[in-house]
Design a protein around this ligand. Structure first.
Ligand SMILES: [Zn+2]
Length: 392
């Protein structure tokens, strides 16, 4: 069924066929799934006739036993389209995933890979959503989970990690501190125990960014097999930006979409290493003093920063960095104008779309897709505080 061939190291080019591989055995680099595209014989009609969350399984390493991830709605946002002066704005609403975020798509694959590798624990450093998702998918697969979260992680994420029976270590500080605690604990474990930990962080295995691809396949099918002109995506680790650009190239190469979209990466202006790299044309450099209220995007040194920046450059898109308060206001505006509850990360993308409009990035008849990476109610207290500070 799948045309999966193996993994390729994005750093040294080494081919890896071991299904349980998570990083390049030679250089430790990031692995990316490769396929025999000549063997893929998919038509629009055949795909349209298929149901289910993993109907695009030929373009994935394997099909996991899911809990209803994917097949999320693409919602028209007409007032936003008027305000941005474009033909259509649509919000790909990843809030409909089982734990309320896009992360579920990748964690479904991670959990399946961990079972196949006979690991017993999904382990990761996380700003929160990834930990909640890993705890859910570990529970489903009969595995344990261990999440390292920074102290600032929102209450819902922490509570739901516990509710799913996950093990959690709260680390004082920011995401970088949680990552360091994860690495230290992993290094200090006896080697035999280390095998039991399956890394569930973004780009710590090839599965998180690969799992993001169906988000784009679905979008094209929902647009009657037309590629959108532009996609605006919030960037933290870079998994969604990298995954959707890979999917866009696949669908165009396979003749399933007419074109590829311009990909725009949006980040908070006080933690924008990927946007800075896009602007400078170089590789992303770690952000020295990350400081944003958008915790899920406060990734100073993103593992997928380079593939995300390369996706944007190759697509003809751009990066956009926005003020935190503008992001919160945008989340409230979408809730008030469109009735949709979006994450503050999507507030960053939406504020970015307004800035891009001001810069003349969009044409009058463009179809613009904004990715809502997660449910709005995890961030309700932050947006409400912003409204109250304005006397509303
Ligand atoms: Zn390598």
């Amino acid at each position: 069924m799948t045309s999966f061939e193996g993994f390729v190291c994005t750093d040294c080019g080494q081919t890896v066929t071991d299904e349980g591989a998570t990083r390049c055995p030679d250089c430790g680099g990031t692995l990316d799934a490769s396929y025999d595209y000549d063997a893929v014989d998919l038509t629009r009609e055949e795909l349209a006739d298929r149901d289910g969350d993993w109907k695009y399984g030929q373009l994935l390493p394997f099909t996991p036993n899911g809990i209803g991830e994917g097949t999320t709605p693409l919602i028209e946002a007409p007032r936003l389209a008027d305000e941005l002066g474009v033909g259509r704005v649509l919000i790909k609403n990843e809030a409909h995933n089982p734990t309320g975020t896009v992360t579920d798509r990748g964690q479904a694959l991670v959990a399946e890979a961990a079972v196949r590798a006979e690991a017993d624990t999904l382990a990761l450093p996380t700003t929160g959503n990834g930990g909640q998702s890993a705890a859910a998918y570990a529970a489903r697969a009969g595995l344990l989970s261990r999440a390292f979260v920074p102290s600032r992680t929102n209450f819902v994420n922490k509570a739901m990690i516990n509710v799913h029976g996950g093990d959690m270590r709260v680390v004082e500080g920011r995401y970088g501190d949680a990552r360091e605690a994860y690495e230290t604990e992993r290094e200090e474990m006896p080697a035999a125990d280390r095998e039991d930990w399956f890394p569930a962080g973004a780009f710590d295995s090839p599965y998180r960014h690969e799992g993001a691809k169906p988000l784009y396949y679905e979008t094209v099918e929902q647009l009657d097999w037309e590629a959108p002109d532009a996609v605006v995506v919030p960037v933290g680790h870079g998994a969604v930006a990298a995954g959707l650009w890979k999917a866009a190239r696949e669908f165009a190469d396979l003749g399933l979409a007419d074109d590829t979209p311009r990909v725009y990466a949006a980040q908070p202006e006080d933690c924008a290493p990927v946007v800075e790299a896009i602007d400078s044309g170089g590789d992303p450099e770690p952000w020295e003093y990350p400081d944003t209220v958008v915790g899920s995007l406060e990734i100073a040194d993103p593992e997928g920063g380079l593939p995300a920046a390369e996706a944007v450059r190759a697509s003809g898109g751009d990066g956009v960095a926005v003020d935190d308060q503008d992001a919160l206001d945008s989340a409230a505006t979408v809730a008030q104008h469109e009735g949709l509850e979006i994450s503050i990360a999507c507030g960053v993308a939406t504020a970015g779309a307004w800035d891009l409009h001001d810069e003349g990035a969009f044409d009058d008849d463009d179809t613009v897709v904004i990715v809502n990476t997660g449910t709005g109610n995890k961030d309700a207290d932050i947006v409400r505080s912003r409204l109250m500070s304005q006397g509303l």
